[in-house]
Design a protein around this ligand. Structure first.
Ligand SMILES: Nc1nc2c(ncn2[C@@H]2O[C@H](COP(=O)(O)OP(=O)(O)OP(=O)(O)O)[C@@H](O)[C@H]2O)c(=O)[nH]1
Length: 343
């Protein structure tokens, strides 16, 4: 049953993939019998279009599943199924029009919103271009009004889903106070970084940063003042890191930075700069606030927790040796005299 759980996990993690796969399954079981019926009735064009539509949807679902390129897969389905829906109207006349609403809704479920709007406008225009046309002006007006409403509902619904999805994603991955990535993201990204750096033989470094005597700020000036210091701290870190560095808040006043493709000299330079900026810029209600930094280079036999533990051990050394300094694990520099940045 593990494989079934894996499938559900994958679908739960990607709403567009879930929609494409759902549509792929439903389209296969609902449209294929019509293809058979059309073939039996000698309506060959309609039968071929039905089979092609099922093939496009099922093929795109497989492509999305294996490549993860769900946006591209969704765009392909919207474009080709919309063309197929127009084709069915050509083949069957007004009977084919009955599929329009289903396709209009599906377009918003699986495709980019603007493409869905464009496809739906094409579907609204298509019956007027067909030789059969509409039997009466009333029916034309009714079709236009209902199709426009379906498009509007679809647009609003898909916008709301996208909005709530991005909100939920931010809640799950961002630290609400500082806006940095949270522990959950760190626990997903750092093991990936370990695997990829081991595989490519590249150096990487991990640093843990912790404010010094932060409890005093809270105790003397209140939690809000402490929060403002944390926000300022995160901002200083963000401003002074490279784009490729990853910053996480993983505990109360503890932050971690992953430095990909960084050697020992690069790490020293980056941390030296951070410590200087913190000294220059970080202020609390009663004066400068300082931070201690522990760091460790990635060793060939590290997994992510051993790497983290070594960086954390270096932070502990920095604290023990007087705070407001950098200790890099593993090279004897964490003695009181040799901690980098010690004054
Ligand atoms: N304002 C605020 N305080 C927090 C938050 N999370 C943790 N803290 C506080 O951070 C403080 C951490 O205190 P300690 O672990 O004793 O560390 P410290 O006072 O910085 O001492 P050292 O780390 O040893 O220099 C505690 O007062 C926590 O309440 C937060 O989100 N906001």
């Amino acid at each position: 049953m593990g494989w079934l759980r894996n499938i559900f996990e994958k679908l739960r993690a990607d709403i567009r993939l879930a929609m494409i796969c759902l549509l792929g399954t439903l389209a296969t079981v609902t449209i294929l019998p019509f293809a058979v019926l059309r073939a039996v009735n000698g309506q060959w064009l309609a039968a071929v279009i039905d089979v092609l539509v099922v093939a496009v949807i099922a093929g795109s679902a497989l492509f999305a599943w294996h490549s993860g390129r769900t946006r591209l897969a969704g765009s392909i389905v919207v474009t080709l199924v919309t063309i197929g829906c127009v084709g069915i109207q050509v083949a069957l006349g007004l009977e084919g029009l009955l599929w329009v609403y289903t396709v209009m809704i599906a377009n918003f479920m699986i495709g980019p919103r603007l493409l869905a709007v464009a496809a739906n406008l094409a579907l609204m225009a298509s019956p007027f271009l067909l030789p059969a046309g509409f039997p009466a002006p009333d029916a034309q007006a009714t079709f236009l009004a209902t199709a426009a409403l379906v498009t509007l509902y679809g647009f609003i619904f898909s916008w709301l889903v996208a909005f709530h999805h991005s909100q939920m994603e931010a809640l799950a991955t961002r630290d609400a106070l500082t806006g940095t990535a949270n522990r959950r993201v760190m626990e997903a990204e750092v093991p990936d970084a370990v695997a990829s750096h081991h595989a490519r033989g590249l150096p990487a470094a991990l640093a843990v940063l912790d404010l010094d005597h932060f409890k005093l700020v809270n105790d003397e000036h209140g939690h809000d003042a402490g929060d403002r210091v944390l926000v300022a701290f995160a901002e200083i870190l963000r401003r002074n890191l490279r784009k490729s560095d990853r910053l996480y808040r993983f505990g109360g006043e503890e932050f971690a930075v992953l430095f990909p493709a960084t050697d020992r000299d690069g790490l020293e330079a980056a941390l030296g700069k951070l410590l200087e900026r913190i000294r220059e810029e970080l202020r609390g209600p009663s004066g400068p606030v300082r931070a201690s930094i522990g760091a460790a280079m990635l060793n060939p036999d590290d997994d992510w927790s051993s790497w983290m533990m070594r960086a954390d051990g270096a932070l502990y050394q920095a604290k023990r040796n007087g705070r407001d300094r950098i200790c890099i694990e593993g090279d004897g520099r964490c003695s009181p005299e040799r901690c980098a940045g010690a004054r």
